[in-house]
Design a protein around this ligand. Structure first.
Ligand code: FES
Length: 120
């Protein structure tokens, strides 16, 4: 099981378990399930309201979390959180190029991560 720690300057940190290997549960779904108040809007990767910062708990490496999907790429490009060069490199490395993620799009993997919100 992966441990997901949600951290915000406005709320008490909360660590929850994610179902390992489900490959369907998003950060936002997990947050909602545990009553963690991450802002959201469209839930489809378009509005950017659910922007969070994701890092490995040990801080030594970039979290895997799977590469960005096309909606996440489009939104993060639009909001200036990634560059086209980083996107191209992501397809080579097969890991996300940034810590900025959309909570409604990032699928939880079997890794312990820190999710910081709100990120703006
Ligand atoms: Fe709109 Fe996630 S809720 S992008």
């Amino acid at each position: 099981m992966a441990l997901i720690t949600f951290s915000s300057p406005m709320h008490k940190d909360k660590t929850v378990y994610a179902v390992a290997g489900s490959h369907t549960q998003t950060i936002l779904a997990l947050a909602k399930e545990h009553h963690i108040p991450i802002d959201f809007g469209c839930q489809e990767g378009n509005c950017g309201t659910c922007l969070v910062k994701v890092s490995s708990v040990d801080g030594k490496r970039r979290p895997m979390g799977g590469p960005l999907n096309p909606r996440e790429v489009a939104a993060l490009l639009e909001f200036g959180h990634i560059t086209k060069a980083e996107v191209e490199q992501m397809y080579v490395d097969d890991i996300p190029p940034t810590q900025w993620r959309l909570a409604c799009q990032m699928i939880v993997r079997d890794e312990d991560i820190l999710v910081e919100y709100p990120s703006k």
